[in-house]
Design a binder for this molecule. Structure first.
Ligand code: 5AD
Ligand code: SF4
Length: 449
């Protein structure tokens, strides 16, 4: 326990989330929970009585960022907020965090954050406040229900953890084994979000398409069954999901892309590499060909689907020729967008100890070449929208006065001059121009809501 730990109960707090959308979701649930306890959200960390750093462990830089953030928490008068480290770094490093950064008061893992209020009490009593349990009972049941939402779009975590054990990845160790939230818990949370003003829900999971469970009649359902049940909820206009594993793209889920109207034509389906030797070393259990065949089947039922992916360059042993295979896969697929990363050895994962670790300069060069190829495809995908009419859901204000930003069905950001339209409206627009990251549209007419 630190001698300089603030000892008065915090009244204001600030949650800062790093990493994936599941962390954004967890951050929102923590915010709601602390709000239900009478605490008030502050705009920034430095003025808050308590800061929660909701961390990501996926790559080295993400971890470094956390420690540098902790270092910046001291105020000019020498005081500092109560500091809680949550998320995957908390899970992976545990007590090591407080040893490396002595100003950290609370360490709480991603499966234990419902216990944050107790941990705050412990910290201000001067006791050790560390909880990295992965309790059998889900944390979700212990969280307050979802109330009025500030945005028309929301995340909903339906599945957590991963049993796939890709050799580079730390997630199976930080988020634990694959679990699916029960059918009724998901449906009830979706209904509460819709009642709270939400029109679009993005279902989240580390392997979201591995979701499985019993429906309200006791029948086993896959992820496609859950999507169909959500589609039937009045008031829910759009459903998205992320992130998926190619091996969990069932026939039923592919069929859902053909005939579930609210399921948006966008699919984030990471492949990681275009080389079969590298894929094998990654323990991906699919080949480049089987991935491409899968995309063909999806495109056959939903020709306009926008594809997204994740790539790792410089996996141990990756040769120039193997990297070229990744470039060639990217050119074949024509992604609407994709994320690419330099391989980062994660302690405790098999790949970290493999021979043939790749030099930084080689990774930098490969990443730049891959990103050039992806950016070119992304711009081409956006430019193909010019002159077309589409429907967007207005989500937020733009940078210019009177401007609003919405999303197309294909997850593109579209800027419009708002006129009468408001955030939360679904409107028709004509796309008039396109850049690599967004489109501009002109409003056609207000769609009947
Ligand atoms: N190094 C680099 N990228 C990684 N990813 C996961 N683990 C690592 C790692 N050790 C990437 C994968 C994954 C995405 C979320 O992060 O591409 O799909
Ligand atoms: Fe980061 Fe992965 Fe944890 Fe998300 S699940 S916070 S990306 S390590």
């Amino acid at each position: 326990m630190n001698r300089d730990t603030p000892r008065t109960p915090p009244k204001t707090f600030h949650v800062k989330s790093f990493g994936c959308q599941m962390n954004v979701y967890d951050g929102e649930r923590m915010t709601e929970m602390l709000g239900a306890r009478g605490m008030t959200a502050a705009q920034d960390g430095i003025s808050a009585d308590m800061v929660v750093l909701n961390t990501c462990h996926i790559r080295e830089k993400a971890v470094d960022k956390v420690y540098s953030d902790i270092g910046r928490m001291r105020r000019e008068d020498g005081t500092r907020p109560l500091i809680a480290v949550a998320g995957c770094v908390a899970q992976a490093e545990g007590a090591e965090i407080s040893r490396r950064a002595s100003s950290v008061d609370i360490v709480v893992g991603p499966q234990a954050y419902h216990r944050l209020p107790d941990l705050i009490d412990k910290a201000i009593r001067g006791e050790q406040a560390l909880d990295t349990d992965m309790p059998a009972a889900s944390k979700f049941g212990a969280l307050p229900g979802r109330g009025k939402q500030t945005r028309p779009t929301a995340f909903l975590t339906v599945q957590e953890g991963c049993d796939k054990f890709c050799t580079y990845c730390v997630v199976p160790y930080t988020r634990g084994a694959e679990i699916s939230r029960p059918w009724s818990a998901v449906i009830d949370e979706a209904k509460a979000l819709i009642d709270g003003g939400v029109r679009e829900i993005t279902l989240l999971g580390q392997n979201v398409n591995a979701w499985t469970g019993e429906d309200d009649k006791g029948a086993m359902q896959g992820f496609d069954g859950l999507i169909r049940a959500l589609d039937a909820l009045p008031g829910l206009d759009r459903i998205r999901y992320t992130t998926s594993h190619p091996n969990d793209m069932t026939d039923g889920l592919i069929a859902a892309h053909a005939d579930v109207e609210s399921l948006m034509p966008f699919l984030h389906l990471p492949v990681q590499s275009g080389s079969d030797r590298v894929l094998k070393a990654m323990n991906r259990s699919h080949s480049a060909q089987s991935y491409l065949r899968l995309l063909d089947r999806i495109r056959a039922v939903r020709p306009d689907i926008a594809l997204s992916g994740d790539f790792i360059v410089g996996f141990p042993g990756e040769s120039d020729a193997e990297f070229e295979e990744t470039l060639s896969l990217v050119r074949q697929v024509g992604y609407a967008q994709a994320y690419s990363f330099k391989y980062s050895p994660r302690p405790g994962t098999p790949a970290a100890d493999m021979d043939g670790q790749i030099a930084e300069a080689v990774m930098v060069d490969r990443l730049a070449r891959l990103q050039d190829a992806i950016n070119a495809d992304q711009l081409a995908f956006n430019a193909a929208g010019i002159g077309k009419r589409t429907t967007i859901l207005l989500e937020r204000k733009g940078r210019h006065p009177g401007q609003l930003v919405g999303k197309s069905p294909w997850l593109q950001s579209v800027h419009v001059v708002a006129g009468e339209s408001q955030i939360g409206d679904m409107i028709e627009v004509d796309i008039v121009s396109a850049g690599p990251n967004s489109l501009a549209g002109e409003i056609v007419r207000r769609k009947a809501a």
